[in-house]
Design a protein around this ligand. Sequence first.
Ligand SMILES: [Zn+2]
Length: 425
Amino acid sequence: MTDVSSTERDVSPLAAELADDVLERFLRYVRIDTQSAYGRSTTPSTAKQLDLSRVLEAELREIGLEDVRLDEFGYVYGALPGAAGAPVIGLIAHVDTSPDVTGTGVAPQLHRDYDGSRIVLSGDETQVLDPEEQPALADKIGHDLVTSDGTTLLGADDKAGVAEIMAAVAYLKRNPHSEHAPLRVCFTVDEEIGAGADQLDLEDFGAEFAYTLDGSGIGEIEAETFNAWKVTVTIHGRAVHPGSAKGKLVSSIRLAADFIAALPRDRLSPETTEEREGFIHPTGISGTGEKTVIELIVRDHDRAKLDEHLALIRGIADVVGLKEPRARLVVAEEESYRNMREVIDRHPRVMAAAEEAVRRAGVEPVHAIIRGGTDGARLSARGLPTPNIFTGGQEYHSLREWASVQDMAAAAATVVELARVWAES
Ligand SMILES: [Zn+2]
């Protein structure tokens, strides 16, 4: 269809120079199965994540980074010294892929010079990437795209981020004449189960500011996440043999149904909200007559509104409890992560540097919000301001996940420019 020359699709000469290295690394990393798993008590949650961690450890040594180590949790660290007096900048990506879609036997497919038509995935013809359904795909005519064969996810989330950081530090190491800030690299495990940053040793890491490479569409910089809480409602009823239950049985299951039915449905639910609108979402229920446990997640970008959602849950539990005084409802609330914006806003240089770096890479920065969490949310709360930068991957956690090679190269170029921008401050 359209003939797009490589100078048009590459956003800058630097991105063009990095493209082959990013692609080569990306194709290698996605073949390694690193799926994490819920409900395990070990870190990493799955031993196979170490398969990639070991590869990255060896490659960081090969590139020539200092203090390279793989710790007992599967995190890989490395340091690249830089300009004296410049702040130390952290670069973070995660090795694991989503527990929701298989990552065993990923067979990446390279579609050179995309012509804008539907892409039918070769391993499962029911899996189709349709530019009519995906405006981002329609924008990539002339790009080289990578997909899976349709039987697994691709793993651009977050192996695109890993490949981009690796290509960027390799470039900086190869080109020692260019002034850049000292860098600290960390590849984490278990991000997809919400535990990615938990074991990151901030003192040892030694970064003043950091960036995760774990976003999506080209140019996006994200500094806003949900505030996230987990709520467990435990309903204690009274189990009695049904044959002699008259006037005695108190079914916790029926009370749980009343509780769920009282939650808002036409608003405050994931299926009816978007952008900055929050929600209350029941994620699990299990029980018997005697005891039923309901699990919920509560999300809002606005902290005050999040408190209102928590109060609403307590209010519904009270109403259900009042109707049946013999039952006991216990509401337990636990913070999962906080909107990182309040921390990042206190350090305006962090976003300013990211914007400048994206521009120098040849891309117009786009501010996006995350309807979810990211490693940066926990890290920011722990005192390391960490916004999130695009990787060029799309349709995460699905069999139709894909990535543009040129957008991945733009992200790698952004990392190089970021290191340079910070050396000027
Ligand atoms: Zn991710």
